[in-house]
Design a protein around this ligand. Sequence first.
Ligand code: MTE
Ligand code: MO
Length: 263
Amino acid sequence: MSGDRLHRRGLLKALAAVGGLAVAGCDRVASEPRFRSVLDAANSLTYKVQRLLIGADRLAPEYSEADISPAFRANGSTDPQDEQYLNLVGNHFADWRLKVHGFVEHELSLSLEELHALPARTQITRHDCVEGWSCIGKWTGVPLGEILSRAGVTPEARFVVFHCADTLDDGGEFGVDRESIRYYESIDLIDAVHPQTILAYDMNGKPLTVPHGAPLRLRLERQLGYKMAKYIMRIELVQSLANLHGGRGGYWEDRGYEWYAGI
Ligand SMILES: Nc1nc2c(c(=O)[nH]1)N[C@H]1C(S)=C(S)[C@@H](COP(=O)(O)O)O[C@H]1N2
Ligand SMILES: [Mo]
């Protein structure tokens, strides 16, 4: 079978999974008891209303080279001190692999070189941080849908989880246990196969720097900055978010932010 056919078969499966999510997804999540507190009230309303208003295919605005911010602010973790990460930096990420696992037909382990050989997309977009600042940058990377079609998403999969290398100290002010401190994020399969959802390895035409998430970070242009995981180590396809860390689908979500952070 040609690679192209294999690829298409995988993509169709991913889209079939998305179809199921679009029809039944929200309600099924809301009926899981551990999700009620998250999806009740405002957050559930936000997710449903925004999904209706936005539509699955709407693109975030894209800008021109002239609009690129002269200095792109770095935020959150900007210099992770985790031992494993420092070792990877020391070797210029030659030993880094992106692991893709969970509800997939084939686990993947991809080097940066292998990622570079996959189809790429470049987009100039505006990053909005919940703290109230925005910057425009140019991002190049592999559409997440390409990776998922190669891994083959199985029907059980409902969410894509990004596990990061950095431990972000929250200063203890949220009362979350230390187990929850490593950064992570999650998105649904609709956003996962959106054309502007990319795993970026370049920023403004140069390899991603450590402050901005080297060697790989998510770009998810229709949501706020905290969703866009930097320092990605592994991508896990899961059925439920309840058993991960604080159970709310992300580092900041476990500390009270909304899971669906639509702009
Ligand atoms: N792994 C990881 N990803 C992260 C963060 C972080 O602290 N750790 N911070 C988030 C926040 S709040 C923002 S606004 C953006 C900042 O991306 P930048 O540093 O490229 O501006 O990364 C997001 N992704
Ligand atoms: Mo942010």
